[in-house]
Write a protein that binds this ligand. Structure first.
Ligand code: DAH
Length: 357
């Protein structure tokens, strides 16, 4: 009986799962278990033997049973401990990680420009960055041998020898989207067209890829006065300065007649640029009344509709507003720069809440 006792207590102590424990229980105490078989043998014993063996066997049975129960509880506790260890959760952690990424100043400025013009009833249109030379030049009244084609330092797309398709360029400005917007939306029309443009140029204020936003407003009686008001309103809102002063300077663009370049009043003190004061002027955009040939190229009757257009450098106004000295850094992907000049992705610019914080 001692062998039996030692054997089962040993096996029970080494058991690692509840299933194996159940197998042991059946082996010891089940109907055909080893202890049960011993119990059955009691019937063949003499009364004296039975009196001695009976209680001993019962005690053995109780002891094994108790060992099984204790082991089962121990295994259950162990499993629970393990779950608690694995499913551990630090409830003191912040519920939401602070976003690590930030909005690039170009994205921020584009959002701000869009918010301002949306408020004035302009919708947003897009066009392809790889453009046919017809949309980029001809439709904008820049014919084949016009000097503007070379002045813009155009990137041309190589064509296969004898290719049928029209010559393509990386668009040098967002003005071709004017034509596309006229074609698809018709008149009257109020759109802005933000996006990337390309020119072979590289120094502190020029990069081969940069961003512009084009504006176009056509109606039966839209005039230069409307252009002036819209741009002044825009500049005041965008720079978040009330005393913004704009100067409209006569200029020339093939796609507008008359044309005006617009400068913003500023001062330079100890290398610090201040807008809205001083005696210096900084050019910020080109504009004018859309040339009738351009309106016609867009499929609209220039005898019925007229209007204004403008084109402005997004990177440029972002540099001015946020005091960023070198344009090239915009496209270096330097994380330290992005963290310094970047904007929270959750602060969406709106006119009522303020454009930037
Ligand atoms: N497309 C011109 C440029 O890239 C900018 C421009 C000037 C756009 C006058 C216009 C405009 O719409 O009317 O230099």
């Amino acid at each position: 009986m001692d062998d039996l006792r030692l054997k089962f207590l040993d096996l029970i102590s080494k058991t690692e799962s509840e299933e194996a424990l159940e197998v042991l229980r059946v082996q010891a105490l089940g109907k055909k278990g080893e202890v049960s078989l011993r119990m059955r043998q009691l019937g063949q014993m003499t009364p004296e033997e039975r009196r001695e063996q009976g209680p001993a066997l019962n005690a053995l049975k109780d002891e094994i049973h108790a060992a099984l129960v204790a082991k089962k509880t121990a295994l259950k506790n162990k499993a629970l401990d393990e779950r608690l260890r694995n499913e551990w959760l630090d409830v003191t952690l912040p519920s939401r990680w602070r976003p690590r990424g930030s909005l690039h100043p170009v994205s921020q400025a584009t959002e701000e420009v869009t918010a301002i013009f949306s408020d004035m009833g302009f919708s947003v249109a897009h066009g392809p960055r790889i453009e046919t030379d017809w949309y980029n030049f001809d439709a904008l009244n820049i014919p084949e041998h016009h000097p503007a084609r070379t002045e813009m330092d155009t990137f041309y797309i190589r064509r296969a020898e004898g290719a049928e398709e029209p010559p393509r360029v990386l668009r040098t400005h967002t003005s071709p989207v004017q034509i596309r917007a006229m074609e698809t939306l018709g008149a009257p029309l109020r759109v802005i067209c933000p996006g990337g443009v390309y020119r072979a140029d590289y120094d502190q204020t020029h990069t081969p890829m940069f961003h512009q936003v084009e504006g176009l407003c056509l109606d039966t009686d839209t005039s230069m006065a409307n252009l002036k008001w819209v741009l002044e309103e825009f500049a005041r809102s965008f720079f978040e300065i009330n005393n913004i002063d704009l100067r409209f300077r006569a200029s020339h663009f093939p796609f507008t007649e008359p044309s005006a370049e617009v400068d913003i009043r500023c001062s330079w003190e100890n290398g610090q640029l201040k807008l809205g004061e001083g005696d210096d002027w900084l050019e910020i955009l080109g504009s004018g009344m859309v040339h009738p040939k351009v309106i016609q190229a867009g499929g609209i009757d220039p005898d019925k509709y007229q209007g204004f257009a403008f084109g402005l450098g997004i990177d440029r106004i972002a540099m001015l507003k946020y005091g960023i000295p070198d344009l090239r850094a915009f496209f270096d992907s330097d994380l330290r720069w992005l963290r310094h000049y970047g904007f929270s992705a959750l602060d969406i610019p709106t006119l009522h809440r303020g454009l930037s914080h």
